[in-house]
Design a protein around this ligand. Structure first.
Ligand SMILES: N[C@@H](CCC(=O)N[C@@H](CS)C(=O)NCC(=O)O)C(=O)O
Length: 297
């Protein structure tokens, strides 16, 4: 069987993210098995064309650990060349996977949104709290956390993996349909944000922010590979001007977060990985699910 195309991807975090990883190499009861490139576990780059100004990476779980100041050990693994150390914890061999402290043996956890909720409940004294105290507001936050995973990420990947010849429809029409679908999901999500923010739930960062941030700061992939997503710039939003203004406020707040800055790797190592998605030759579970028109793995 030919080697997985990502089995030889760049082996470790670079730039600021490497500095952070180096601080978290010593043994800790809580262990994060991560891939430096992975938005579920790991990092994000900002727009390539602004690479001189910003080059950010984020990750759902890594960000939550950093935001909350929870002690953890970072263990880099390549989930496309799954080591036994990962498979024994998570039979699906996906990152992020967590090894949690317990007697007599540590216990594994996986699925990024499950891990995020676990961290929130298992470390109640660690601030900030990332979900609202109010029961209704907490439930409502979960609707929009789910929306990211069930709507935004699949449409992100449908656009990124879109190939003009695949459906027989006019190439421009197909491209435009995929692009608009993603825009409409981002708009629907943005409409639900706290009016002033700057974050989704208000002044403080929360789980809705952490679940979307890794993809939001990777929107540069569409400029690089797909002719642009074309989010309206200031004054160009027409009837949706207020919504896109709110989006820009949110994106700036997320992008300037210290935790985001410090989980940043260097952009050039993402390019070959995202090129395979853009060419629709990537073989990750996510890429295959997108091709088969299934939800995310
Ligand atoms: N639903 C999982 C998805 C995790 C996931 O797809 N991780 C990717 C890396 S970003 C992975 O491990 N892929 C390995 C593979 O596709 O075999 C989560 O939210 O944690």
């Amino acid at each position: 069987m030919p080697a997985h195309p990502d089995s030889n991807l760049y082996p470790e975090a670079t730039g600021l993210a490497k500095t952070l990883v180096d601080k978290h190499r010593t043994q800790q009861p809580l262990k994060l098995y991560a891939g430096w490139f992975c938005p579920y576990t790991d990092s994000v780059c900002h727009r390539l064309i602004h690479r001189k100004e910003t080059n950010k990476q984020v990750q759902r779980v890594w960000l939550a650990l950093e935001e909350k100041g929870i002690p953890y050990e970072y263990i880099e693994v390549n989930p496309y060349n799954k080591p036994d150390s990962l498979l024994t914890l998570n039979p699906r061999g996906l990152v992020p996977t967590l090894s949690t402290p317990a007697d007599p043996h540590p216990r594994p956890l996986y699925e990024s949104t499950v891990i995020l909720e676990y961290l929130e409940e298992a470390y109640p004294d660690h601030q900030p709290r990332l979900l609202p105290e109010d029961v209704y507001e907490r439930a409502r936050a979960r609707i929009w956390i789910d929306y990211v995973t069930s709507r935004i990420i699949p449409s992100f990947h449908r656009f990124l993996q879109y190939q003009p010849d695949e459906s027989g429809e006019d190439a421009n029409a197909g491209w435009d349909r995929a692009r608009r679908e993603l825009l409409s999901h981002l708009k629907a999500w943005t409409k639900e944000m706290h009016e002033n923010g700057p974050f989704f739930l208000g002044e403080g960062i929360g789980l809705p922010d952490l679940v979307l941030a890794p993809w939001a700061v990777r929107l540069w992939v569409f400029d690089e590979f797909k002719g642009g997503l074309r989010i309206p710039g200031e004054g160009e939003g027409g009837p949706d001007e207020e919504i896109w203004r709110r989006w820009r406020t949110w994106l700036a707040a997320v992008g300037s977060r210290r935790s985001v800055q410090e989980t940043t790797s260097e952009i050039e190592h993402y390019l070959p990985i995202y090129k395979r998605y853009a060419d629709n030759t990537a073989q990750s579970e996510l890429a295959k699910a997108t091709r088969a028109n299934r939800g995310v793995p």
